[in-house]
Design a protein around this ligand. Sequence first.
Ligand SMILES: [Mn+2]
Length: 451
Amino acid sequence: MKLLHTSDWHLGRRLYGRRRYDEFARFLDWLAETLRDREADVLLVAGDIFDSGTPGTRAQELYYCFLVRAVAVCRHVVIIAGNHDSPNFLNAPKELLKAVNVHVVGRACDNPADEVLTLRDARGRPELLVCAVPYLHDRDVRSAEPGESPEDKEKKLAEGIRRHYTAVGAAVSRIRRDLGADIPAAALGHLFAAGGRRADDDGVRDLYVGTLAPVHADIFAPFDYTALGHLHSPQTVNGADTIRYSGSPLPMGFGEAGQRKSVCLVEFNGREAGVGLLDIPVFQRLESIRGDLDYLERRIGELASAGSDACLELVYEGGALVGNLRGRLSDLTEGTALEILRIRDNRSAGREAPSADENRTPDTLSVEEMFELRLNVAEAPEDQKSRLRLLHEETLRSLDTDGLSLSRTFPGRAGQHPDTSSDAAGEEFDDSDGVSSLDTADTPADAGEES
Ligand SMILES: [Mn+2]
């Protein structure tokens, strides 16, 4: 019995405005081939399938085309929603997907025992229990009371998550007893486990992690393997080999440039899980270059003469003011395969160098990026910033889970696609086709479904 664990695909995400469909497609090709070559029986995907609750059509196409290939080579696919996914969007095709052995749990079940799936082998015998616990939203696990402090809220959330996993664990014992078979159990989760490690710029921003109350890893004791998502660097939790974050398949920021990305291959011998990591090929090189102007020029020259097609982050750390820094650096990559995605001038206190990049307009920034810019403009102190980020993210989540994701547009942008970090605007929706902007806005995902 072999399973493969991956998470945090973030289909549709851009890297500083650059589309990444080619990388996503190549990763999914690789994953389908790996499932086949390794003869995996089960694929577990631990959340953040899409980058946005309202993914564009290209991201959706990648997802469904991959599922067709996956079920052709492995018996079961189990998918849970992460904090980036819309529970309604993932759940919408649930019944159809179930018919081809793709099990989707987008939203927590009222009875946690309903999240336990009994997977059967080719001859119909139970082979694995999978506890498919999706990302748990506040309202799934706790009842809010007026006048609660943020700390009370976080604490109640962590307790609620614990209760939920305890109930799922109890259901596993019950089901094992009823089946009369001592088969292994794997749990999925999308959360921040205490002891989890984050790199400085690993693409998981504080605003995503901080609002997920850390839970203690002992809640996973009933499970023979725990497949986690949310943190983007591959890691075990508290040194336990069988409680793992697979990490994201693609580097989500320059902080992860050069990090080895992998999926987890888990082989059960009875109920004992043996875990190995399979390295994911690098589909697009990222490189962050820091230094004074001489160093930046020299390194760009080296890469250019080696024919590199890396995407670059350039951080100017020289002491002297450089006039037209952006222009001078851009000239260096002119006519090469190199692509500059970001230029930072540390002289101006970490602020972005003024950009001629037309991508950075209110229409193309994500809500989070816009908030970040606003914080910078306000020159808020660091400790206050992290608090404000938490509150902002909490507000966004509450809007999302209420099916009001359209509110994620900025004022005056009603009718445009709410999350421009995925690619729904532009390519997929042609404004000239006579569809009114309001119709367009209703197209993605769960807009208006619950209201
Ligand atoms: Mn993620």
